[in-house]
Design a binder for this molecule. Sequence first.
Ligand code: C2O
Ligand code: CU
Ligand code: CU
Length: 433
Amino acid sequence: RQEGGRRVFDLTATAGERRLKSGRATTTWGFDRGHLGPTLRATRGETVLVNVRNDLPETTTVHWHGMHLPAAMDGGPHQPIRSGETWSPTWKIDQPAATLWYHPHPHGRTAHHVYRGMAGLFIVDEPAASAARLPSRYGVDDVPVIVQDVNLDDDNQLDEGYSRIADVGILGDTLLVNGTVGPYFTVTTERVRLRLVNASPARVYNFGLSDDRPFALVGTDGGLLPAPHTTERVQLSPGERAEIVVTARQGERIVLRSYPPALGLDPINSRITGGDDRFDVLELRAADQLSPSPEPAATLADPPRLGVDATAPATRRFELAGTTQINGLAMDMNRIDFGVVRGTTEVWDVISPFPKPHNFHVHGTQFQVLSVNGVAPPPELAGWKDTVYTTPEVPMRLAVRFSEYADRNVPFMYHCHLLLHEDKGMMGQFVVT
Ligand code: C2O
Ligand code: CU
Ligand code: CU
Protein backbone atom coordinates (compact mmCIF):
# COMPACT_ATOMS: atom_id res chain seq x y z
CA ARG A 1 0.00 0.00 0.00
CA GLN A 2 1.34 3.44 -0.95
CA GLU A 3 0.53 6.27 1.39
CA GLY A 4 2.00 9.76 1.46
CA GLY A 5 5.02 8.74 -0.63
CA ARG A 6 5.79 5.75 1.56
CA ARG A 7 5.28 2.04 1.12
CA VAL A 8 3.20 0.91 4.08
CA PHE A 9 2.94 -2.62 5.47
CA ASP A 10 0.69 -3.87 8.25
CA LEU A 11 1.70 -6.85 10.35
CA THR A 12 -0.22 -8.32 13.25
CA ALA A 13 1.46 -10.78 15.59
CA THR A 14 -1.07 -13.39 16.70
CA ALA A 15 -1.35 -17.01 17.65
CA GLY A 16 -2.81 -19.41 15.12
CA GLU A 17 -3.56 -23.02 14.42
CA ARG A 18 -1.71 -24.86 11.70
CA ARG A 19 -2.44 -28.35 10.40
CA LEU A 20 1.11 -29.68 10.03
CA LYS A 21 0.18 -33.35 9.91
CA SER A 22 -2.83 -35.56 10.53
CA GLY A 23 -4.39 -35.27 13.96
CA ARG A 24 -4.69 -32.15 16.03
CA ALA A 25 -3.69 -28.77 14.62
CA THR A 26 -0.52 -27.21 16.04
CA THR A 27 -0.72 -23.93 17.92
CA THR A 28 1.73 -21.52 16.29
CA TRP A 29 2.63 -17.84 16.40
CA GLY A 30 3.17 -15.52 13.49
CA PHE A 31 2.12 -12.54 11.41
CA ASP A 32 0.06 -14.28 8.76
CA ARG A 33 -3.01 -15.88 10.29
CA GLY A 34 -0.77 -16.84 13.17
CA HIS A 35 2.09 -18.56 11.35
CA LEU A 36 5.20 -17.09 9.69
CA GLY A 37 4.66 -13.76 7.95
CA PRO A 38 4.02 -12.24 4.55
CA THR A 39 6.99 -11.49 2.28
CA LEU A 40 7.62 -7.76 2.44
CA ARG A 41 9.27 -6.22 -0.58
CA ALA A 42 10.61 -2.75 -1.32
CA THR A 43 12.97 -1.11 -3.77
CA ARG A 44 16.16 0.77 -2.98
CA GLY A 45 15.33 4.43 -2.58
CA GLU A 46 11.83 3.85 -1.21
CA THR A 47 10.78 4.82 2.29
CA VAL A 48 8.89 2.12 4.13
CA LEU A 49 6.61 2.25 7.15
CA VAL A 50 5.60 -0.93 8.94
CA ASN A 51 2.76 -0.98 11.46
CA VAL A 52 3.39 -3.92 13.74
CA ARG A 53 0.52 -4.73 16.05
CA ASN A 54 1.07 -7.20 18.88
CA ASP A 55 -1.99 -9.32 19.64
CA LEU A 56 0.08 -11.94 21.45
CA PRO A 57 -0.26 -12.39 25.21
CA GLU A 58 3.32 -11.15 25.81
CA THR A 59 5.78 -8.47 24.73
CA THR A 60 7.60 -9.08 21.48
CA THR A 61 9.71 -7.07 18.99
CA VAL A 62 10.26 -7.27 15.25
CA HIS A 63 13.85 -7.01 14.06
CA TRP A 64 14.76 -6.38 10.39
CA HIS A 65 17.69 -8.75 10.08
CA GLY A 66 20.30 -7.48 7.61
CA MET A 67 18.74 -4.06 7.09
CA HIS A 68 20.66 -0.78 7.11
CA LEU A 69 18.57 1.55 9.22
CA PRO A 70 18.62 3.79 12.30
CA ALA A 71 19.05 1.87 15.56
CA ALA A 72 15.67 3.04 16.88
CA MET A 73 13.98 1.28 13.91
CA ASP A 74 15.98 -1.94 14.24
CA GLY A 75 13.48 -3.85 16.37
CA GLY A 76 16.01 -5.24 18.79
CA PRO A 77 15.42 -5.72 22.51
CA HIS A 78 15.19 -1.96 23.07
CA GLN A 79 12.06 -1.57 20.91
CA PRO A 80 9.52 -3.71 22.80
CA ILE A 81 5.94 -3.93 21.55
CA ARG A 82 3.73 -4.67 24.51
CA SER A 83 0.65 -6.81 24.16
CA GLY A 84 -2.10 -4.75 22.50
CA GLU A 85 0.29 -2.06 21.25
CA THR A 86 1.44 -1.07 17.76
CA TRP A 87 4.99 -0.06 16.79
CA SER A 88 5.50 1.83 13.52
CA PRO A 89 9.14 2.05 12.41
CA THR A 90 9.97 3.90 9.20
CA TRP A 91 13.21 4.12 7.23
CA LYS A 92 14.60 4.59 3.76
CA ILE A 93 15.75 1.45 1.95
CA ASP A 94 19.34 2.05 0.88
CA GLN A 95 21.33 -1.11 0.24
CA PRO A 96 21.88 -3.62 -2.57
CA ALA A 97 19.18 -6.09 -3.65
CA ALA A 98 19.09 -8.88 -1.07
CA THR A 99 17.09 -11.53 0.74
CA LEU A 100 16.63 -10.20 4.27
CA TRP A 101 14.26 -11.47 6.91
CA TYR A 102 12.39 -10.33 10.00
CA HIS A 103 11.83 -12.00 13.34
CA PRO A 104 11.25 -11.11 17.01
CA HIS A 105 14.13 -10.16 19.32
CA PRO A 106 12.72 -9.75 22.87
CA HIS A 107 15.62 -10.21 25.26
CA GLY A 108 15.67 -13.73 26.66
CA ARG A 109 12.64 -14.87 24.65
CA THR A 110 13.81 -14.77 21.03
CA ALA A 111 14.20 -18.54 20.64
CA HIS A 112 10.62 -19.17 21.79
CA HIS A 113 9.07 -16.56 19.53
CA VAL A 114 10.99 -17.58 16.41
CA TYR A 115 10.48 -21.30 17.05
CA ARG A 116 6.74 -20.82 17.32
CA GLY A 117 6.79 -19.46 13.79
CA MET A 118 7.43 -15.72 13.88
CA ALA A 119 9.55 -15.07 10.81
CA GLY A 120 9.15 -13.67 7.32
CA LEU A 121 11.17 -12.52 4.33
CA PHE A 122 11.98 -8.94 3.45
CA ILE A 123 13.20 -8.76 -0.14
CA VAL A 124 15.11 -5.65 -1.18
CA ASP A 125 14.99 -4.93 -4.91
CA GLU A 126 17.21 -2.67 -6.91
CA PRO A 127 16.74 -1.87 -10.61
CA ALA A 128 20.47 -2.41 -11.27
CA ALA A 129 20.15 -6.05 -10.16
CA SER A 130 18.20 -6.94 -13.31
CA ALA A 131 21.53 -7.00 -15.20
CA ALA A 132 22.30 -10.22 -13.27
CA ARG A 133 19.58 -12.01 -15.33
CA LEU A 134 18.32 -14.10 -12.43
CA PRO A 135 14.90 -15.72 -12.35
CA SER A 136 12.67 -13.16 -10.68
CA ARG A 137 9.01 -14.06 -11.00
CA TYR A 138 8.01 -14.50 -7.38
CA GLY A 139 6.38 -17.88 -6.74
CA VAL A 140 7.02 -18.99 -10.35
CA ASP A 141 10.80 -19.18 -10.73
CA ASP A 142 11.87 -17.13 -7.69
CA VAL A 143 10.86 -19.02 -4.59
CA PRO A 144 11.30 -18.34 -0.88
CA VAL A 145 12.46 -21.37 1.11
CA ILE A 146 12.24 -20.57 4.82
CA VAL A 147 13.61 -23.61 6.63
CA GLN A 148 12.80 -24.39 10.25
CA ASP A 149 13.02 -27.55 12.33
CA VAL A 150 10.56 -28.47 15.05
CA ASN A 151 9.68 -31.30 17.39
CA LEU A 152 6.01 -32.18 17.65
CA ASP A 153 4.70 -34.01 20.70
CA ASP A 154 2.12 -36.83 20.64
CA ASP A 155 -0.61 -34.21 20.40
CA ASN A 156 1.12 -32.38 17.49
CA GLN A 157 2.08 -29.44 19.71
CA LEU A 158 5.48 -27.76 19.49
CA ASP A 159 7.89 -29.26 21.99
CA GLU A 160 10.25 -26.60 23.32
CA GLY A 161 12.56 -28.99 25.16
CA TYR A 162 16.22 -29.31 24.24
CA SER A 163 19.30 -31.25 25.31
CA ARG A 164 21.22 -29.57 28.15
CA ILE A 165 24.27 -31.58 27.16
CA ALA A 166 24.47 -30.25 23.62
CA ASP A 167 23.41 -26.83 24.95
CA VAL A 168 22.69 -25.33 21.54
CA GLY A 169 18.92 -25.17 21.89
CA ILE A 170 16.13 -26.94 20.07
CA LEU A 171 17.14 -29.34 17.29
CA GLY A 172 13.97 -30.57 15.62
CA ASP A 173 13.35 -33.82 13.76
CA THR A 174 10.62 -32.36 11.53
CA LEU A 175 11.46 -29.83 8.84
CA LEU A 176 9.12 -27.08 7.78
CA VAL A 177 9.56 -25.16 4.54
CA ASN A 178 7.44 -22.04 4.54
CA GLY A 179 5.47 -23.68 7.35
CA THR A 180 4.75 -26.92 5.47
CA VAL A 181 5.86 -30.47 6.28
CA GLY A 182 6.93 -32.59 3.27
CA PRO A 183 6.69 -29.80 0.67
CA TYR A 184 7.11 -29.96 -3.10
CA PHE A 185 7.34 -27.26 -5.73
CA THR A 186 6.31 -27.59 -9.37
CA VAL A 187 9.07 -26.24 -11.57
CA THR A 188 7.84 -24.81 -14.89
CA THR A 189 11.03 -23.06 -16.05
CA GLU A 190 14.51 -24.32 -16.94
CA ARG A 191 16.00 -22.44 -14.03
CA VAL A 192 14.61 -21.73 -10.62
CA ARG A 193 16.01 -19.40 -8.00
CA LEU A 194 15.62 -20.54 -4.40
CA ARG A 195 15.98 -17.98 -1.63
CA LEU A 196 17.14 -20.16 1.25
CA VAL A 197 16.69 -18.81 4.77
CA ASN A 198 17.85 -20.67 7.85
CA ALA A 199 15.18 -19.58 10.33
CA SER A 200 15.94 -22.39 12.77
CA PRO A 201 16.98 -21.73 16.36
CA ALA A 202 20.11 -23.90 16.34
CA ARG A 203 20.42 -26.21 13.36
CA VAL A 204 23.07 -25.77 10.66
CA TYR A 205 21.98 -26.99 7.21
CA ASN A 206 24.22 -28.13 4.39
CA PHE A 207 22.05 -27.83 1.30
CA GLY A 208 22.61 -29.87 -1.83
CA LEU A 209 20.63 -31.67 -4.52
CA SER A 210 19.75 -35.37 -4.36
CA ASP A 211 21.81 -36.29 -7.44
CA ASP A 212 24.69 -34.03 -6.35
CA ARG A 213 24.29 -31.90 -9.44
CA PRO A 214 26.00 -28.55 -9.19
CA PHE A 215 23.97 -25.38 -8.86
CA ALA A 216 24.91 -21.72 -8.93
CA LEU A 217 25.25 -19.84 -5.66
CA VAL A 218 24.37 -16.28 -6.69
CA GLY A 219 23.64 -14.42 -3.48
CA THR A 220 24.45 -14.40 0.22
CA ASP A 221 23.05 -12.52 3.24
CA GLY A 222 23.36 -8.95 2.00
CA GLY A 223 23.27 -9.20 -1.78
CA LEU A 224 24.41 -10.86 -4.95
CA LEU A 225 27.88 -12.37 -5.18
CA PRO A 226 30.33 -10.71 -7.58
CA ALA A 227 30.01 -13.81 -9.83
CA PRO A 228 27.99 -17.05 -9.73
CA HIS A 229 29.80 -19.76 -7.78
CA THR A 230 29.16 -23.26 -9.11
CA THR A 231 29.00 -25.70 -6.22
CA GLU A 232 27.26 -28.81 -4.93
CA ARG A 233 26.72 -27.64 -1.36
CA VAL A 234 25.89 -24.49 0.52
CA GLN A 235 26.01 -24.49 4.31
CA LEU A 236 23.88 -22.07 6.32
CA SER A 237 23.94 -21.53 10.06
CA PRO A 238 20.97 -19.92 11.85
CA GLY A 239 20.13 -16.51 10.40
CA GLU A 240 22.15 -16.92 7.18
CA ARG A 241 20.62 -16.78 3.70
CA ALA A 242 21.70 -17.93 0.24
CA GLU A 243 20.21 -17.52 -3.20
CA ILE A 244 20.84 -20.45 -5.52
CA VAL A 245 19.85 -21.08 -9.12
CA VAL A 246 19.02 -24.71 -9.93
CA THR A 247 18.82 -25.99 -13.50
CA ALA A 248 16.06 -28.56 -14.03
CA ARG A 249 15.37 -31.10 -16.77
CA GLN A 250 11.85 -31.66 -17.94
CA GLY A 251 9.78 -34.26 -16.20
CA GLU A 252 12.35 -35.05 -13.47
CA ARG A 253 12.08 -35.06 -9.71
CA ILE A 254 14.97 -33.86 -7.64
CA VAL A 255 15.15 -33.18 -3.95
CA LEU A 256 16.81 -30.30 -2.16
CA ARG A 257 18.39 -31.99 0.84
CA SER A 258 20.39 -31.08 3.87
CA TYR A 259 23.52 -33.21 4.19
CA PRO A 260 25.61 -33.53 7.38
CA PRO A 261 27.08 -30.07 7.97
CA ALA A 262 30.77 -29.47 8.58
CA LEU A 263 30.66 -28.01 12.09
CA GLY A 264 34.37 -28.33 12.80
CA LEU A 265 33.72 -30.10 16.12
CA ASP A 266 34.92 -33.38 17.57
CA PRO A 267 32.73 -36.36 16.56
CA ILE A 268 30.70 -36.45 19.79
CA ASN A 269 29.96 -32.73 19.97
CA SER A 270 29.23 -32.77 16.26
CA ARG A 271 26.74 -35.63 16.56
CA ILE A 272 24.81 -34.13 19.49
CA THR A 273 24.55 -30.78 17.70
CA GLY A 274 23.15 -32.14 14.44
CA GLY A 275 26.41 -32.81 12.59
CA ASP A 276 25.29 -36.28 11.41
CA ASP A 277 21.73 -35.34 10.44
CA ARG A 278 20.23 -35.46 6.96
CA PHE A 279 16.87 -34.22 5.78
CA ASP A 280 14.84 -33.99 2.62
CA VAL A 281 13.98 -30.29 2.46
CA LEU A 282 11.98 -29.65 -0.71
CA GLU A 283 11.03 -31.82 -3.66
CA LEU A 284 11.30 -30.14 -7.05
CA ARG A 285 8.90 -31.64 -9.59
CA ALA A 286 9.72 -30.46 -13.07
CA ALA A 287 6.85 -30.15 -15.54
CA ASP A 288 6.97 -32.02 -18.84
CA GLN A 289 7.61 -28.76 -20.66
CA LEU A 290 9.88 -26.12 -19.18
CA SER A 291 9.90 -22.58 -20.45
CA PRO A 292 13.35 -21.18 -21.22
CA SER A 293 15.30 -19.16 -18.66
CA PRO A 294 18.40 -17.13 -19.47
CA GLU A 295 21.74 -18.11 -18.03
CA PRO A 296 22.75 -15.84 -15.09
CA ALA A 297 25.21 -13.13 -16.06
CA ALA A 298 28.91 -13.83 -15.50
CA THR A 299 29.13 -10.67 -13.38
CA LEU A 300 26.31 -10.27 -10.89
CA ALA A 301 27.34 -7.34 -8.72
CA ASP A 302 30.31 -5.25 -7.70
CA PRO A 303 32.46 -6.98 -5.08
CA PRO A 304 32.36 -5.36 -1.65
CA ARG A 305 35.45 -3.24 -1.12
CA LEU A 306 35.63 -1.75 2.30
CA GLY A 307 38.62 0.43 3.04
CA VAL A 308 39.46 0.27 6.71
CA ASP A 309 39.58 3.72 8.21
CA ALA A 310 42.93 5.00 9.36
CA THR A 311 41.24 6.51 12.40
CA ALA A 312 39.57 3.25 13.42
CA PRO A 313 40.83 1.44 16.52
CA ALA A 314 43.43 -1.20 15.59
CA THR A 315 41.12 -4.19 15.79
CA ARG A 316 38.34 -5.29 18.03
CA ARG A 317 38.35 -8.86 19.14
CA PHE A 318 35.25 -10.90 19.92
CA GLU A 319 35.68 -14.19 21.72
CA LEU A 320 32.70 -16.53 21.73
CA ALA A 321 33.54 -18.93 24.57
CA GLY A 322 31.04 -21.04 26.48
CA THR A 323 27.40 -20.35 25.63
CA THR A 324 26.47 -17.23 27.57
CA GLN A 325 29.13 -14.55 27.02
CA ILE A 326 31.17 -12.60 24.51
CA ASN A 327 34.60 -11.47 25.74
CA GLY A 328 33.71 -12.82 29.16
CA LEU A 329 30.60 -10.69 29.59
CA ALA A 330 26.95 -11.66 29.37
CA MET A 331 24.53 -9.27 27.67
CA ASP A 332 23.33 -6.48 29.93
CA MET A 333 20.58 -4.26 28.53
CA ASN A 334 22.10 -1.36 30.48
CA ARG A 335 25.72 -1.77 29.38
CA ILE A 336 26.96 -0.36 26.07
CA ASP A 337 30.07 -2.33 25.17
CA PHE A 338 31.61 0.29 22.89
CA GLY A 339 30.94 3.13 20.52
CA VAL A 340 31.87 3.45 16.85
CA VAL A 341 31.96 6.43 14.53
CA ARG A 342 29.23 6.67 11.93
CA GLY A 343 30.16 5.86 8.35
CA THR A 344 33.55 4.35 9.32
CA THR A 345 34.87 0.84 8.75
CA GLU A 346 36.62 -1.21 11.42
CA VAL A 347 38.40 -4.56 11.50
CA TRP A 348 36.75 -7.11 13.75
CA ASP A 349 38.39 -10.41 14.67
CA VAL A 350 36.02 -13.15 15.75
CA ILE A 351 37.21 -16.31 17.44
CA SER A 352 35.30 -19.21 18.91
CA PRO A 353 37.84 -21.08 21.00
CA PHE A 354 35.74 -23.67 22.75
CA PRO A 355 34.35 -26.75 21.01
CA LYS A 356 30.79 -25.50 20.69
CA PRO A 357 29.16 -24.33 17.49
CA HIS A 358 28.51 -20.58 17.30
CA ASN A 359 27.99 -17.97 14.70
CA PHE A 360 28.32 -14.21 14.70
CA HIS A 361 25.78 -11.65 13.55
CA VAL A 362 25.97 -7.85 13.54
CA HIS A 363 22.93 -5.57 13.35
CA GLY A 364 22.42 -2.57 11.13
CA THR A 365 25.16 -3.40 8.62
CA GLN A 366 26.48 -5.83 6.06
CA PHE A 367 30.12 -6.74 6.50
CA GLN A 368 32.86 -8.22 4.36
CA VAL A 369 34.94 -11.25 5.33
CA LEU A 370 38.59 -10.25 4.95
CA SER A 371 40.10 -13.58 5.91
CA VAL A 372 39.37 -16.99 7.37
CA ASN A 373 42.28 -18.51 9.28
CA GLY A 374 44.54 -15.86 7.79
CA VAL A 375 43.78 -16.58 4.16
CA ALA A 376 41.39 -15.01 1.64
CA PRO A 377 37.78 -16.15 2.10
CA PRO A 378 36.23 -18.85 -0.10
CA PRO A 379 33.82 -17.75 -2.90
CA GLU A 380 30.73 -18.21 -0.71
CA LEU A 381 32.10 -15.57 1.68
CA ALA A 382 33.09 -13.10 -1.05
CA GLY A 383 29.86 -11.08 -0.92
CA TRP A 384 27.98 -9.07 1.68
CA LYS A 385 27.35 -10.94 4.91
CA ASP A 386 25.66 -10.17 8.21
CA THR A 387 26.04 -13.60 9.84
CA VAL A 388 28.93 -16.08 9.64
CA TYR A 389 29.53 -19.51 11.12
CA THR A 390 32.54 -19.41 13.41
CA THR A 391 34.26 -22.76 13.22
CA PRO A 392 36.01 -23.41 16.57
CA GLU A 393 39.65 -22.33 16.58
CA VAL A 394 39.36 -20.75 13.13
CA PRO A 395 39.76 -16.97 13.40
CA MET A 396 37.71 -14.80 11.09
CA ARG A 397 38.57 -11.22 10.22
CA LEU A 398 35.74 -8.95 9.15
CA ALA A 399 35.55 -5.44 7.77
CA VAL A 400 32.47 -3.87 9.33
CA ARG A 401 31.10 -0.59 8.04
CA PHE A 402 28.77 1.32 10.31
CA SER A 403 25.62 3.09 9.51
CA GLU A 404 25.39 6.77 8.64
CA TYR A 405 22.72 7.08 11.32
CA ALA A 406 24.20 8.19 14.61
CA ASP A 407 22.26 7.68 17.84
CA ARG A 408 24.14 7.70 21.12
CA ASN A 409 21.15 6.46 23.07
CA VAL A 410 20.00 3.43 21.11
CA PRO A 411 22.43 0.54 20.57
CA PHE A 412 22.79 -2.09 17.86
CA MET A 413 23.39 -5.73 18.82
CA TYR A 414 26.03 -8.27 17.87
CA HIS A 415 25.50 -11.83 18.96
CA CYS A 416 25.58 -15.54 18.36
CA HIS A 417 22.49 -16.38 16.25
CA LEU A 418 22.02 -19.75 17.90
CA LEU A 419 18.99 -18.35 19.63
CA LEU A 420 19.49 -20.14 22.94
CA HIS A 421 22.96 -18.63 23.23
CA GLU A 422 21.65 -15.20 22.28
CA ASP A 423 18.91 -15.50 24.90
CA LYS A 424 21.39 -16.67 27.54
CA GLY A 425 23.55 -13.60 26.99
CA MET A 426 25.97 -14.28 24.14
CA MET A 427 25.27 -10.79 22.87
CA GLY A 428 26.65 -7.29 23.22
CA GLN A 429 25.68 -3.79 22.14
CA PHE A 430 27.36 -0.82 20.50
CA VAL A 431 26.27 2.66 19.62
CA VAL A 432 27.05 4.63 16.48
CA THR A 433 28.02 8.22 17.28
CU1 C2O B 1 18.43 -12.17 13.24
CU2 C2O B 1 19.85 -9.98 16.30
O1 C2O B 1 19.12 -11.11 14.79
CU1 CU C 1 19.89 -8.99 13.02
CU1 CU D 1 26.52 -19.68 20.14
